[in-house]
Design a protein around this ligand. Structure first.
Ligand code: NAD
Length: 434
């Protein structure tokens, strides 16, 4: 495939009149197109990689506890299988929509490519309010989703995992339902992030936060800075945010602010992270009412005078409106897509180093890959084996991105996209003509 002069630009080209309307897919596309152009990949490859390969939508009727039936809208998007089976989490949240899931699926393709694991990219989502549903309702919803996607999922086809609003519990229901639907053989490799008892991997729960911390420490080392005495603010206090906060403080970094969807807390002397985790775990999973710091808003947290900022909640938190006020000089994107594409140049001009999502939060999918390998081999690693492998893999990926950024005089995000898009396009070429 080669670029043909005069070819029409693909319809998925981002709009030039981009507004502040939250559209993570537009943010993903604008970075993709910038990398594609710099690499000079063909229009054919651009057409393929700028769109999802498959979009599956299901309307799932679920019997609620009060006897009523509620219909939930559910998605599974496969962005690309060029580099391997689809891989990506399942999100349960009220804001879930198809454009968001499309963006999340594409980010998985780039992420797996950057960290060199043999997967493509996929993502799932159900528009629902998991915190307002009973365990029984969530189990029926998850089983209905698995039935609807039973021919989409598969250990060599598409392998889901947890994301916002889901955890090992939902993965257990998926593996159980999927195994029943496929002849009753136990098929743990269809999903990762499972409980240990059902073939989960040691170290999976901590993997993403540990990876975020590892790349922060790598970046500090490259900048000639020591972690001790630096300050950090972490937005989001779920799996990624709370575990990153825990590891950062274990490495001597003072986490002065944390937040979740109920609000934030600031303590100049440092938040006691184990106390905050304990508070959240005994207060319906939220920090609301936490006494370990002064209340602040999520907006205030993003522009605090700290050294390191870790957005670990939602997309589109750092915008062209607040980017100029960000005071941190190092941002590690724990969340997927927390920075709008329009904010990139503002941060770059300010000299802020951003470790992009597709590198910073890849620790989770790296250990998911080890979980899948362990399931298929029937042989299980110790926690330290998993951690050592994962640490080395993400450190190698950080070095690759850092080296590419220095060689081409681009940001870490641009370098990560260059590596990922180049690899996916090369794989497409090897697959041959369609
Ligand atoms: P989670 O459900 O465990 O936690 C999400 C957290 O974000 C909660 O504390 C929630 O209260 C908070 N939050 C929600 N809306 C918010 C808002 N408007 N303002 C501030 N905080 C808000 O989810 P998670 O698994 O920690 O995922 C967080 C992010 O990290 C997502 O972008 C996800 O895609 C990404 N991610 C997760 C993993 C993983 O392994 N879990 C891996 C890679 C990336």
């Amino acid at each position: 495939m080669s670029r043909r002069k005069g070819d029409q630009l693909p319809v998925a080209e981002p709009s030039s009149t981009s507004s502040l309307h939250s559209d993570p897919y537009a943010s993903m596309l604008s970075r993709f197109h910038a990398a594609a152009e710099r690499l000079g990949i063909s229009t054919d490859e651009i057409q393929i990689l700028s769109r999802p390969a498959e979009i599956h939508i299901a309307y799932l009727p679920v019997a609620m506890d009060d006897g009523s039936i509620k219909v939930f809208e559910a998605y599974r998007v496969i962005h690309s299988r060029a580099l391997g089976p689809g891989k990506g989490g399942i999100r349960y949240a009220p804001e879930v929509n198809m454009r968001e899931v499309m963006a999340l699926a594409a980010w998985m393709t780039w992420k797996c490519a950057v960290v060199n694991i043999p997967y493509g990219g996929a993502k799932g989502g159900i528009t629902c309010e998991p915190k307002k549903m009973s365990t029984g309702e969530l189990e029926r919803l998850t089983r209905a989703y698995t039935r609807a996607m039973s021919e989409v999922f598969g250990p060599d086809k598409d392998i889901p995992a947890p994301d916002m609003g889901t955890s090992a519990r939902e993965m257990a229901w998926i593996v159980d339902e999927y195994s029943r639907l496929h002849g009753g053989n136990f098929i743990p490799a269809v999903v990762t992030g499972k409980p240990l008892e059902l073939g989960g991997s040691k170290g999976r729960v901590e993997a993403t936060g540990r990876g975020v911390t590892t790349v922060i420490l790598q970046a500090l080392q490259r900048m000639g800075r020591r972690p001790e005495g630096l300050t950090a603010a972490v937005q989001g206090f779920g799996n990624v945010g709370s575990i990153t906060a825990k590891y950062l403080s274990q490495n001597g970094i003072r986490v002065v602010a944390i937040s979740d969807k109920t609000g934030g807390y600031y303590n100049e002397g440092g938040i006691l992270i184990h106390q905050a985790i304990q508070y959240r775990d005994t207060h319906s999973g939220v920090l609301d009412g936490f006494k370990g710091g002064e209340p602040i808003t999520n907006d205030q947290l993003l522009t605090l005078d700290v050294d390191i900022l870790v957005p670990a909640a939602l997309e589109d938190q750092i915008t062209p409106h607040n980017a100029a006020n960000v005071k941190a000089w190092l941002i590690a994107e724990g969340a997927n897509g927390p920075t709008m594409a329009e904010a990139d140049s503002i941060l770059n001009e300010k000299g802020v180093t951003v470790i992009p999502d597709i590198l910073a939060n890849a620790g989770g999918v790296i250990v998911s890959y080890y979980e899948w390998v362990q399931n298929r081999r029937g042989h299980y690693y110790t926690e330290s084996e998993v951690q050592e492998r994962a640490d080395n893999t993400i450190k190698q990926a950080f070095d690759d991105v850092f080296t590419r950024a220095a060689a081409q005089k681009v940001s870490l995000r641009e370098a990560a996209y260059l590596i990922a898009v180049e690899k996916a396009a090369r794989a497409l070429r090897m697959h041959g003509k369609y």
